[in-house]
Design a protein around this ligand. Structure first.
Ligand code: CAA
Length: 263
């Protein structure tokens, strides 16, 4: 399934249990045109369905993760055209297509829709010189793929408001300091290696538990604390019905390595 051919992305399985999607539209600094987003959705759905993949790394090039939505595609759009075709709505499918963890490895430009795409990932890694930002204000528009919501949740209202109103960039080093990025790596090679290594760690665990962990953490972004804690407890209870939970706890007691069944 991961062997189909794409125009704007490359898909591979570089490590056991790990899928990789590389955005590959170098002439436009990986600008995210609609066909590219469609390919990304297709690739993530294929990884979701894949019995061999447990976690996915999403990256671009050393120079650009993605320099935004495609400005040349958007320039001629009208309100009624954008509204009636639900322009950009398919980007939201990216957050539901994959129930397995998605790690974004961001080097170079991650601007506008590129920043928003990175913010959709479950774990964000970057280089210190990565160039994040929501520069839409400079184009006479605003973030349209969740930036005003996800960036605000990630850095708080004060910083998000300043960044979105000025269009000013922030560095990967700042992203890490502000909690947007989980870690920074010295350069692109180290970044990709770090992302693949983390994906491998995740892939070594029960797929059932991993999916549940992703689901409950993501719920924290939508629910109030009381509802969120209750939701977590319900899912935690449900895992007593999984075979892997029995396998994991039995292996601990027997001082053995658990052999997950993903059941
Ligand atoms: N859309 C379409 N094409 C883009 C693009 C984008 N977002 N970003 C870069 N490109 C193209 C350039 O037009 C250029 O193509 P040509 O060679 O055909 O002219 C090519 O990529 C290389 O770009 P530059 O020559 O500009 O490269 P640079 O190194 O001088 O500058 C940059 C790099 C600072 C990232 C600059 O390209 C830039 O500012 N890009 C636009 C960034 C931006 O505004 N992004 C937000 C888009 S709006 C959005 O994303 C809406 C949303 O919320 C969903």
């Amino acid at each position: 399934s991961s062997r189909r051919s794409y125009e704007f992305i490359e898909v591979s399985e570089p490590r056991p249990g790990v899928g990789q999607v590389t955005i590959n539209r170098p002439k436009a600094l990986n600008a995210l045109c609609t066909p590219l987003i469609t390919e990304l959705n297709t690739a993530l759905r294929a990884f979701q369905a894949s019995p061999t993949v447990s976690a996915v790394v999403l990256t671009g090039s050393a120079r650009a993760f993605a320099a935004g939505a495609d400005i040349k595609e958007m320039a001629p759009l009208t309100f009624s055209g954008a509204y009636t075709t639900s322009f950009i709505e398919s980007w939201s499918d990216l957050t539901t297509a994959l129930k397995k963890p998605l790690i974004a490895a961001v080097s170079g430009h991650a601007l506008g829709g590129g920043c928003e795409l990175a913010l959709m990932a479950d774990v964000l890694y970057c280089t210190p010189t990565a160039n994040f930002g929501q520069p839409e204000i400079k184009l006479g528009t605003i973030p349209g793929a969740g930036g005003s919501q996800r960036l605000t949740r990630a850095v708080g209202k004060a910083k998000a408001m300043e960044l979105i109103l000025t269009g000013k960039s922030f560095s990967g080093e700042e992203a890490e300091r502000w909690g947007v990025a989980a870690r920074v790596f010295a350069d692109y090679d180290a970044l990709l290696e770090g992302a693949l290594a983390t994906a491998e760690v995740i892939a070594s665990y029960s797929r059932v538990a991993v999916q549940a962990a992703k689901e409950v953490v993501n719920k924290s972004q939508d629910l109030g604390l009381r509802d969120g804690v209750e939701f977590e407890r319900r899912v935690f209870h449900s895992l007593f019905g999984s075979e892997d939970q029995k396998i994991g706890m039995r292996a601990f007691a027997e001082k053995k390595k658990p052999e997950w069944k993903n059941e």
